[in-house]
Design a protein around this ligand. Structure first.
Ligand SMILES: Nc1ncnc2c1ncn2[C@@H]1O[C@H](COP(=O)(O)OP(=O)(O)OP(=O)(O)O)[C@@H](O)[C@H]1O
Length: 230
């Protein structure tokens, strides 16, 4: 038996990404290293345009780096097929964006349960899980509302519930309360932090808000394409 500790949920190693633009090559990330330990909640605070969304897309296996490697639960994702990467993403990673990206023609409950169905759960299980999650965000009685019939804060709560539907080990969030007023942002953010802490989910959360960042375990920033302590 090995006494090695389990691999961290997420590890970025020397990750580089540039974009080709009309003005030439734009090196956004040059050699980004970042490890999220199990249950650790890390704030990513960096000026606009420095690569926060790029980093989150790479960490979430939505894009491939030009160099370096992304390890999810100890598994190097670089050489995996797109299908294998999609399966890891679906089973291991939850995403929350600034704008909810809920499916407008589906109810709150359907938006959450569809994520679980996509991971192969029977409909009854997915439905029960969706209701339980929505209730945990105070959305009882709102299950059959479509996104357009919900407030901005409620929409983001549904989006967070959806991100947690498959019991991910990692949550990646890009300004998750950035489109809400200050008071609602504060409330929804607290609920998000409680939800990930209670579940032991590791989280990387980009925010421009220093007071929200201060509530996380650690704050990192981006400097010259690298991740450094803030
Ligand atoms: N697909 C793309 N093609 C070309 N350039 C891109 C592309 N995506 C992003 N960029 C550029 O890469 C840089 C980093 O973008 P990114 O969205 O990661 O920054 P960010 O830190 O998340 O910014 P913000 O805080 O404004 O959301 C920016 O200069 C952006 O214009």
């Amino acid at each position: 038996m090995s006494d090695a500790s389990p691999p961290p949920p997420l590890r970025l190693e020397g990750v580089a990404r540039h974009y080709r633009t009309e003005a030439g090559d734009l090196p956004v990330l040059t050699a980004a290293d970042l490890t999220l330990q199990a249950g650790e909640i890390v704030a990513l605070v960096a000026p606009s345009g420095t690569g926060k969304s790029t980093l989150l897309h790479l960490a979430g296996l939505l894009e491939r780096p030009d160099a370096g490697e992304v390890h999810v639960a100890g598994r190097a994702a670089g050489t995996l097929s797109d299908d294998a990467r999609t399966a890891i993403r679906r089973d291991t990673i939850g995403f929350v964006y600034q704008f909810h990206h809920l499916l407008p023609e589906f109810t709150a409950e359907e938006n959450v349960l569809l994520a679980r169905l996509a991971a192969g759960a029977p409909r009854s299980v997915a439905k029960a899980r969706a209701r339980e999650l929505l209730a945990s965000f105070g959305l009882n009685g709102r299950e059959s509302h479509r996104p357009g019939q919900l407030s901005g804060g409620e929409q983001q709560r549904v989006a967070i519930a959806r991100a947690l539907a498959n019991e991910p080990r990692i949550l990646l969030a890009d300004e998750p309360t950035g489109n809400l007023d200050v008071a609602t942002s504060d409330r929804v953010f607290s609920e998000l932090l409680d939800a990930v802490r209670n579940r032991g989910v590791a989280a990387l959360i980009a925010t421009h808000n220093p007071s929200l960042a201060a509530r996380m375990d650690r704050v990192v920033t981006l400097s010259e394409g690298r991740v450094v302590a803030a």
